[in-house]
Write a protein that binds this ligand. Structure first.
Ligand code: FAD
Length: 300
């Protein structure tokens, strides 16, 4: 019920526009690193000081106007320059719909190509985040097209999709982030039960750790993290073949602990004015996060 409620709110255009205008509210500042690049670089430096790498996401998705997509591209190019200039340990995560996938494939591809090209000059990796099912295949097509020229590209496999294993095998030589999946998907394409999703998630992680190039295990689920720790030990998988990832502001103690234990750790650092949809999806995933909102409203 609550999940559907927040998923519905995440797509509300009116609230989205209002949120951009009025800045970080409702506790979003706890899970969004800042509204501009300077604040974000500062947050990255603080995480780097604890041995934590970062992947930076200029918030925004489902863009339908060319000028907005171009604005997003320019901002991401500025982030790449800032990462390079500040010498921080960070790479880029981006969403194809922010760069115009719903407007035109070639327009979006050209925006992405410019970003990947700039990042490749500085040896910065670019992760193409995966969105909902309708954008899955075109996003893989973009990756295929980019890979003809560049090798600094990776992507995401969402464990709730029935075709996740197939895509995992196809893209095994990429740096892959494996996640449970964040969008509401119909049963025609995706597992609905948590138990089934979790079990597929573990299966995909194990397969990629044994057969893939580099695995980013992106989850806040300590059961799965503990399972992975045992699995890599049993199978002698070296630490440089994988990393754990979590979102900025979530389970900070666990993030620090894993880094301290010597595991590679990467925090997903979202920033920008377009925080609303991202924040609502986090509330949908874990209604306990509403505590963030409640605390914020009453601690004025
Ligand atoms: P959940 O299933 O949400 O939680 C499992 C258990 O973990 C909970 O029952 C609880 O015991 C514990 N737990 C979880 N959160 C907390 C907490 N905050 N405090 C204490 N205990 C907690 N999705 C996409 O569809 N596409 C993407 O490109 C994508 N990229 C992502 C990148 C990163 C770095 C991360 C972390 C997630 C990404 N996701 C993406 C979202 C992902 O698909 C899940 O929706 C999200 O991570 C929630 O699932 P979970 O694995 O964290 O665990």
């Amino acid at each position: 019920m609550l999940k559907d409620f927040f998923m519905g709110l995440s797509k509300n255009q009116f609230l989205n526009t209002a949120a951009k205008k009025y800045g970080l509210k409702l506790g979003a500042q706890n899970v969004v690193a800042g509204t501009n690049i300077e604040e974000t670089i500062q947050s990255i430096k603080e995480l780097n000081a604890h041995g934590i790498a970062c992947t930076v996401d200029n918030l925004g998705e489902f863009v339908y106007k060319e000028e907005e997509a171009i604005e997003a591209k320019e901002q991401i190019l500025n982030v790449i320059e800032a990462i390079h200039e500040n010498g921080v340990d960070a790479h880029i995560s981006l969403k194809p719909t922010q760069l115009g996938l719903d407007i035109d494939y070639t327009f979006c591809f050209n925006n992405l190509r410019e970003i990947v090209d700039r990042a490749s000059r500085y040896d910065i990796h670019v992760n193409i985040d995966m969105e909902d099912y309708g954008h899955l295949q075109p996003s893989f097509d973009i990756i295929d097209d980019l890979s003809r020229e560049y090798d600094n590209v990776g992507t995401v496999i969402q464990a709730y999709f029935y075709n996740a294993q197939e895509n995992l095998e196809k893209y095994k030589n990429y740096r892959l982030r494996i996640v449970k999946g964040a969008y509401k998907e119909p049963k025609e394409y995706a597992f609905q039960e948590k138990k089934e999703i979790d079990s597929n998630f573990v299966k995909l992680i194990e397969w990629h750790l044994l057969n893939g190039k580099f695995t980013s295990i992106a989850t806040h689920d300590h059961h799965i993290i503990n399972h992975v720790k045992k699995f890599v030990k049993t199978h002698n998988i070296p630490n440089d073949k994988f990393e754990f990832q979590m979102l900025y502001g979530f389970r900070r103690d666990l993030q620090l602990q894993l880094a301290k234990e010597g595991y590679n750790f990467c925090t997903y650092v979202p920033f920008g004015k377009d925080w609303y949809g991202y924040f609502m999806r986090r509330l949908a995933e874990r209604p306990q996060n509403v505590n963030l909102v409640v605390k914020q409203v009453f601690n004025k």
